[in-house]
Write a protein that binds this ligand. Structure first.
Ligand code: 8YV
Length: 319
């Protein structure tokens, strides 16, 4: 009976699939992540670990699990919490959950873009306050998006799904990325631009790149200064792609039209000044938060664990 440790309670069918395959499953924490000491102690002797973005998977954790560890299955598409080299060095396979949260994260991108452009949260506050005095010609006027440019940073799976939606909203699509994606260009009529050109042209700049050393603070004071005045920044990727202090400064100087943010540099802490801007909409990392996506993610991590433990091929291995 293989020992499987799951860092935190997950939606089904995660535990059901693991138990059905005959494994001994222990869930280490409920709502909040296990603290580091509990995680290190909890994984001792594990053959497989299911981790979340809040768990740092590094040499220390792998060594705490011991030499029997065969797979880390990360309940996320992002792998920035996982030291892939440390896993490779110990022969530990790494699985993640690409594909099943693509459409959901693209929807969240648009929920934020539209909420900022059309001042939905301000409108909700006014309507719910009991102080609304009625329709007025100048009330809460927002920004029209059709005919404008949706700028994608990283035209991968999620960027492409967000771009597809942009076409539905009558926007032009432009993008910058590490490499050309000609198939996605054809599908979404996306124009490839240099990063600086994209900053200058985008009316909505939407981030869809992974967090890596080269994308950390990609949107810094300089990039923000190059953005079109009045443009909206949307981040459903990773918080550290944006220099949060520089964003606060740009918003304070009223150079941007607003920002829709689902991810933050130091989650769950959020720069206190961000909440004070009326043209900023914040969400607590909800990109994949639908019943369907989260249970598909649960199925994927459980199946990857079972397949590796049974010595079979796994589709979504990152290492
Ligand atoms: C997850 C995410 O909800 O998959 C990712 O990379 O950011 C989110 O969709 C989160 O990572 C859960 O661990």
């Amino acid at each position: 009976m293989a020992q499987v440790r799951v860092a935190r309670r997950l939606p089904e069918p995660a535990v059901r699939l693991l138990e059905r395959a005959g494994h001994d499953v222990q869930v280490l924490a409920d709502e909040r992540p296990p603290d580091r000491a509990a995680l290190l102690a909890g994984v001792a002797g594990a053959d497989a670990i299911v981790t979340l973005l809040s768990d740092r998977v590094d040499g220390e954790l792998l060594d705490a699990a011991g030499p029997g560890l065969r797979i880390v299955a990360n309940y996320a598409v992002g792998l920035d919490n996982v030291d892939l080299e440390a896993c490779r060095a110990r022969g530990v396979r790494v699985a993640h959950t690409p594909g099943v949260l693509t459409e959901e994260t693209a929807d969240m991108t648009w929920a934020l873009a539209l909420a900022v452009a059309r001042r939905v949260v301000e409108g909700h506050r006014l309507a719910a306050s009991g102080r609304w005095t009625g329709w007025a010609p100048m009330q809460l006027l927002g920004t029209s998006l059709h005919g404008r440019t949706f700028g994608v940073v990283g035209l991968g799976r999620i960027g492409r799904a967000a771009a597809r939606r942009a076409r539905g909203f009558g926007m032009r699509v432009a993008y910058a990325g590490r490499s050309r994606n000609e198939e996605a260009e054809r599908e979404t009529d996306a124009r490839p631009l240099a990063f600086e050109e994209l900053l200058a042209e985008a009316d909505v700049l939407s981030l869809h790149c992974p967090s890596t050393p080269s994308t950390r603070h990609l949107i810094d004071a300089d990039a923000l200064a190059r953005m079109k005045p009045g443009a909206i920044l949307v981040n459903t990727a990773r918080g550290d792609v944006v220099d949060e202090q520089a964003l606060v400064d740009a918003l304070a100087e009223e150079r941007l039209g607003g920002a829709g943010l689902d991810v933050f540099e130091r989650e769950p802490r959020i720069h206190p000044r961000l909440a004070a801007f009326s043209n900023v909409v914040l969400a607590p990392h909800l990109g994949s938060a639908t019943v369907r996506a989260r249970s598909e993610m649960a199925r994927m991590v459980a199946e990857a664990v079972v397949e590796v433990l049974e010595g079979r091929e796994v589709a979504h291995l990152a290492a």
